[in-house]
Write a protein that binds this ligand. Structure first.
Ligand code: MN
Length: 212
């Protein structure tokens, strides 16, 4: 069962002016597609042939030694971008809602302070990587950055929100100004989905039966 590139829920130009059409086309059709193709090639004839992305990400130690690094990079590349596209919506939804809004205030003081922390971690990620709002099963939230395509669910975390800080995500429009991209990005964040992920955090149990 080969993985397929997910379709976007909006047009390539729907996130303008925050993210331009050309960036979206390259990012989705070329970069994301390449991760999908690489992953499909890498998992052929391994224990992961019939596995879900989540199962692969939480069992990377089962990968054959010579393919371990490639599988890790490409399964993260596929999964992280799936999360990313879904985290955005044309026009954004302005501010956190529901339980996650309360939790953000409790943990960071207020929404502005949270965004500052997220932007700081995203700008501070040396080289390529991601910045995330994550939760554990108990609902404790945090902001972390990860290098390359490393995915927080490999470390047992639940992803609520993620921004891509690889240069391919912003370079055509923002060039070296990653901090500006991070600041602008809040205008397209889909807070409905963040709240939904927070509410569903206990339903993301391992589905492979290994009890991890
Ligand atoms: Mn990317």
């Amino acid at each position: 069962m080969a993985f397929e590139l997910v379709k976007l829920n909006y047009a390539y130009d729907a996130l303008e002016p925050v993210i331009d059409k050309e960036t979206m086309e390259f990012h989705h059709d070329k970069h994301h597609q390449t991760y999908v193709n690489n992953l499909n090639n890498l998992i052929k004839d391994t224990v992961f042939e019939e596995a879900s992305l989540e199962e692969i990400l939480t069992h990377l130690d089962h990968a054959p030694e010579d393919k371990k690094n490639g599988i890790k990079n490409n399964v993260g590349g596929v999964f992280n971008h799936n999360v990313f596209w879904e985290s955005m919506t044309p026009g954004g939804s302005k501010e956190p809602i529901g339980e996650i809004a309360k939790k953000i205030d409790e943990k960071f003081g207020n929404f502005e302070a949270f965004k500052e922390e997220f932007n700081k971690k995203g700008a501070g990620q040396f080289g390529s990587g991601w910045v995330w709002l994550i939760s554990d099963k108990e609902g404790n939230i945090d902001v972390i950055a990860t290098p390359n395509q490393d995915c927080p669910i490999s470390c047992g975390k639940i992803i609520l929100l993620g921004n891509d800080v690889w240069e391919h995500a912003y370079y055509l429009k923002y060039q070296n100004r990653r901090a500006e991209y991070l600041k602008e990005w809040w205008k397209v964040v889909n807070w409905d989905i963040v709240e939904q992920r927070y509410q569903n955090r206990n339903h993301n149990e391992c589905s492979c039966g290994c009890g991890c």
